[in-house]
Design a binder for this molecule. Structure first.
Ligand code: IFM
Length: 449
């Protein structure tokens, strides 16, 4: 790559992200208990290709090889998650030192490689035993999460400076409890709303535990999946549906976290289906954080759909807009919109793009993967992020989703997001063309225009 003309601020973190269930495998090792994803992925027809995360990328054993790849990519940051059931195999009691030791080793290896860890505590693998007590529909699960956060912070706190409590509460609540295509596979509006509130309470309890355990210079926050929402047509019905969808996806979480209240319009949309919200809940949820994690992939276009669950809106596609292999529209401007709106309306003190990337139908041919579409996607989204930085958005880091091809939830291994290709039969890793290109970005601290 020629030298960059979109140069990011000094010290900007260039990273890649993964999550435990998507890469680790080794589900029966080190005293790990079962998670809701072990149960769900083994259900017939739950996963498109019939696969599970039992082996995944085997990163539990191959983390040193993966960290060597990170070095080749020139990463300065790595976002990964802790498997809760490795630490609390049955959800409560004493923490499992074997599980903590695994992550101590990972963090030590990252330190040797001079790569800053960003640890996510909840990336969807709730211990099965907590699900049998109601999971996220039970308010008590937030308190269990607080204990888990405390145990992990106590073990890794001196070395790990950056923490995410909960990843994408919207996805965990709605895909897991309303649409039923993620664990635990429920289809129940009240369960979904309860889960959404309790996941935010878990964030609150997690933040309190992190603050109590970590050195004062540690930084913690939450990661939200955010997107601009636009109506498909020019009718009032579509415009109102888009506003409700925006309330459901973006404003519900951001107003709670940054304004200490849920949006009035959405309180009336959800009505009596909301769970108990106690007087102090919102003040706890809005306790200050150090940064916001933004996961952005695509804008959302919606149209009014009478009777569609939750907000009477359904997703649509704009004709002629290119899409990734997920069927998600490619629109880098959406990232710029998300970042500038966040800065204007909720003003987080610091932002990290904790996920951004794309699935394409990659092919390994003669030992190489030529993926110009992913390179273009990343290039254009980085330029969009750079524009936001120039306009004053306090962006401190970017983590590409994902370091490796991995278990893409209900799609199994049929969707590839990695900078690094994984041959699942042999576990051979191959850096893709986009990975080589990203190594140039991390080296130059920027992109050329
Ligand atoms: O793979 C997921 C990740 O676990 C959470 N955010 C979106 C990614 C792509 O679907």
């Amino acid at each position: 790559m020629a030298s960059a003309d979109a140069l990011f601020p000094p010290g900007f973190v260039w990273g890649a992200a993964t999550s435990a269930y998507q890469i680790e495998g080794a589900v029966d090792e080190g005293g790990r208990g079962e998670s809701i994803w072990d149960v769900f992925s083994h259900r017939p027809s739950a996963i498109a290709d019939g696969s599970t995360g039992d082996v995944a990328c085997d990163s539990f054993h191959r983390y040193r090889e993966d960290i060597a790849l990170m070095r080749e990519l020139g990463l300065t940051g790595y976002r990964f998650s802790i498997a809760w059931p490795r630490i609390f195999p049955s959800g409560a009691g004493a923490p499992n030192e074997n599980g903590l030791d695994h992550y101590r080793r990972v963090v030590d290896a990252l330190a040797e490689a001079d790569i800053e860890p960003l640890v996510t505590l909840y990336h969807w693998d709730l211990p099965r035993s907590l699900q049998s007590r109601g999971g996220w529909t039970n308010r008590d699960t937030a308190a269990r999460f607080g204990e888990y956060a405390q145990a992990v912070a106590r073990a890794l706190g001196p070395e790990v400076r950056h923490w995410v409590t909960v990843n994408e509460p919207w996805v965990a609540a709605y895909l897991g409890h309303l649409v039923g295509i993620h664990a635990p596979g429920l289809r129940d509006r009240r369960a979904a709303l309860a889960a959404a509130h309790h996941l935010l309470l878990a964030h609150a309890d997690g933040m309190a535990a992190l603050r109590a355990e970590l050195p004062t210079d540690a930084q913690a926050g939450i990661a939200l999946n955010l997107a601009p929402v636009a109506p498909l047509g020019d009718t009032n019905a579509d415009a109102e549906a888009a506003n409700r969808f925006d309330g459901f996806l973006n404003r519900w979480f951001l107003d709670a976290l940054y304004k200490g209240r849920y949006p009035e319009d959405m309180l009336s949309v959800f009505g009596d289906d909301l769970p108990e919200i106690r007087p102090n809940d919102l003040a706890r949820i809005a306790a200050p954080t150090d940064f916001l994690g933004v996961n952005y992939y695509s804008p959302n276009t919606v149209r009014w759909a009478r009777g569609a669950p939750m907000v009477e809106a359904e997703m649509a596609s704009r004709p002629g807009v290119p899409q990734t292999a997920m069927g998600w529209e490619i629109d880098p401007n959406g990232l710029h919109q998300v970042l500038t709106r966040l800065h204007a309306e909720w003003a987080p003190g610091s932002i990290r793009i904790t996920e951004n990337g794309a699935a394409f139908d990659d092919r390994l041919v003669d030992g190489t993967v030529d993926d110009p579409d992913r390179e273009a996607y990343l290039h254009d989204h980085l330029l969009a992020a750079f524009r936001a930085v120039e306009e004053g958005v306090p962006l401190a880091g970017y983590y590409c989703w994902s370091l490796l091809d991995n278990f893409e939830w209900s799609y199994g291994y049929s969707r590839r997001f990695g900078l690094v290709h994984v041959d699942y039969a042999t576990q051979t890793r191959t850096i893709k063309r986009s990975g080589r290109w990203y190594a140039g970005v991390t080296r130059e601290n920027g992109v050329s225009g």
